[in-house]
Design a protein around this ligand. Structure first.
Ligand SMILES: Nc1ncnc2c1ncn2[C@@H]1O[C@H](COP(=O)(O)OP(=O)(O)O)[C@@H](O)[C@H]1O
Ligand SMILES: [Mg+2]
Length: 238
């Protein structure tokens, strides 16, 4: 479904991605792990079209989308839940959801149906419909950010550190939803620094370090690599 090949992305003189290649097949749930500054966010921003690659290819459902504008990539079926959530704090929950539906042109009834669907996944959002998004808790804002991305009915949903800064119970709930979305047919690319959580959910993962893929395989294979296990699971192994 998604195929990234030899992706190079720069910020001025800083080469953030030094030839990243990764694939996500339809129906898969794939993780991208790696420390701060590894290039995880840059990878997602390049796929969605917010950053232009210097070289390399991004193919989505047999189309070249590398360098396309974000609205075109979203319209093609890619959703992004950005790092830091980026909810519109002064707008209501419902208005935030409507923003997520902007690429759709199938009318009010379909969009209302979608709001019902995401409110069924996150019941708290129905209760808080008229509330300003900035007054939600961190966990609720994350749920809103995911729900907003779902409003466009993405075929591939990319999530950038969706559990960052959240309490353990909320982390579990978010992870449960991600797994459910995948089971219901959405392909998932999950970026996490919280390796333990991610490895419990993903079927395959990549590890990025300073702009390069240094590992790809199953969680079980990752656990067979002593150095990687120590780096990514050691500190939190309990
Ligand atoms: N706006 C920016 N300007 C300059 N350098 C940046 C910018 N954003 C990220 N970088 C650099 O690109 C590299 C990758 O960053 P990023 O993709 O955010 O990593 P990650 O998401 O894995 O923490 C880092 O070296 C970071 O300092
Ligand atoms: Mg990041």
């Amino acid at each position: 479904m998604l195929s990234i090949e030899g992706l190079v992305t720069r910020y001025g003189n800083v080469t953030a991605l030094k030839g990243v290649s990764l694939d996500v097949a339809k129906g898969e749930i794939v993780g991208v792990l790696g420390p701060n500054g590894a290039g995880k966010t840059t990878t997602l921003l390049t796929v969605i079209g917010l950053l232009k690659p210097t070289s390399g290819r991004v193919r989505f459902m047999d189309r070249d989308v590398g360098g396309l504008a974000p609205d075109r990539v979203v319209a093609a079926g890619v959703g992004l839940v950005p790092e830091g959530r980026w909810i519109l704090a002064s707008m209501t929950v419902r208005e935030n959801l409507l923003m997520g539906a902007y690429p759709r042109h199938d009318g009010e009834a379909a969009i209302k149906h979608e709001i019902d669907r995401v409110s069924e996944i996150f019941p708290i959002l129905r209760e808080r419909q008229g509330q300003r998004a900035g007054t939600l808790s961190g966990g609720e804002q994350q749920m809103l950010a995911i729900a907003r991305a779902l409003m466009a009915r993405p075929k591939l949903l990319m999530l950038d550190e969706p559990t960052w800064g959240l309490a353990p119970l909320v982390v579990e709930e978010i992870m449960r939803v991600i797994r459910r979305l995948n089971e219901e047919g959405t392909t998932i690319l999950l970026v996490e620094q919280n390796a333990r959580q991610a490895l419990a959910v993903v079927k395959r993962c990549y590890v990025l370090e300073v702009g390069s893929v240094i590992f790809s395989g199953t969680p079980a294979e990752l656990k067979g690599e002593p150095l990687l296990t120590q780096t990514y699971l050691g500190a939190t192994a309990r």
